[in-house]
Design a protein around this ligand. Structure first.
Ligand code: NAD
Length: 257
């Protein structure tokens, strides 16, 4: 059996992933604001480092896989802090514990939104690892209802680009640690519950997320992909964002891959 650290394990996709892994006999150390093994606030640098330290300690120093799910979809600056730095800085802090495993793997959650319109200066600030600049830009975008949504899409595009860039470096592939992302479409979790609950909300989602398969997805659809990506079966998938979204990414990008 393997030892997994999962952020966002108190709800939605992270919670489902933790349940499936435990049912298979694996050890899961959850990280979330409250309610799981490690209480941690991934919106701040201190919170990320403290959570990584606590999770590493609970694991006894060696972690076989980290799955980063924690995220927010609010049109607010905190979304930038949690969705990008709450994944990248946390994973960086977990890298030494992963490097001690015989078969380390890492996966995180991007989104179909990574191929939707973004605010390029914010994406650049993320990829330059400049949290202060990113939060400043996000604060400005959050002032206006029209631009608030760009924070989420920008954080997710930056995550997919970070994975593509970092996965092939000495620190990840060079240390034998495949690093990948999944890109969900519309998942039936608390994050989307309010929108899915009303006809207007559903119409709004369906207008921006074309879904040729015709139905929204259960969290298991993403959890099982995360589990495969972080299993020993994944020997060569590295640096990818795997879209699992009912066909939405294929519609939005067309032949442009
Ligand atoms: P969710 O709201 O059910 O779960 C998110 C979890 O993240 C919660 O338990 C929450 O407490 C935790 N979290 C939020 N802020 C945190 C912080 N500062 N520190 C620690 N933990 C924090 O949502 P979900 O749908 O399971 O989303 C999981 C991931 O999937 C997110 O990254 C989200 O952006 C992504 N995603 C979701 C969908 C969807 O349709 N639900 C689509 C694409 C991508």
């Amino acid at each position: 059996s393997r030892t997994y650290v999962i952020t966002g394990a108190a709800s939605g996709i992270g919670k489902t992933t933790a349940e499936l892994l435990r049912a298979d006999g694996h050890t899961v150390i959850g990280v979330d604001l409250a309610g799981v093994e490690v209480d941690g606030d991934l919106s701040t640098s201190e919170g990320r480092r403290a959570a990584a330290e606590a999770a590493t300690q609970l694991a006894g120093g060696t972690v076989d896989a980290v799955i980063a799910c924690a995220g927010l979809s609010l049109p607010k600056a905190i979304t930038a802090a949690v969705n990008y730095f709450g994944m990248t800085e946390f994973l960086e802090a977990m890298q030494p514990a992963l490097a001690k495993s015989d078969a380390p793997r890492t996966a995180l959650i991007s989104s179909l939104s990574s191929v939707q319109p973004v605010f390029p200066p914010l994406v650049d600030a993320f990829l330059n690892d400049d949290e202060q600049a990113a939060l400043g830009i996000a604060e400005e975008l959050a002032q206006n209802e029209q631009t608030g949504g760009l924070i989420y899409a920008s954080s997710k595009q930056a995550i997919s680009r970070w994975v593509h860039r970092e996965a092939v470096t000495e620190r990840w592939a060079g240390a034998g640690i495949p690093l990948n992302a999944v890109g969900p479409g519309v998942v039936k979790t608390p994050m989307t519950a309010d929108l899915r609950a009303t006809p207007e909300g559903s119409a709004l989602i369906d207008a921006v997320v074309p879904m040729p398969l015709g139905y929204h997805q259960d969290p298991e659809s993403i959890a099982k992909l995360l589990i495969w990506l972080t299993s020993v079966d994944n020997t060569h998938c590295c640096g990818q964002t795997i879209y699992c979204d009912g066909g939405a990414e294929a519609v939005l990008r067309g032949e442009d891959v």
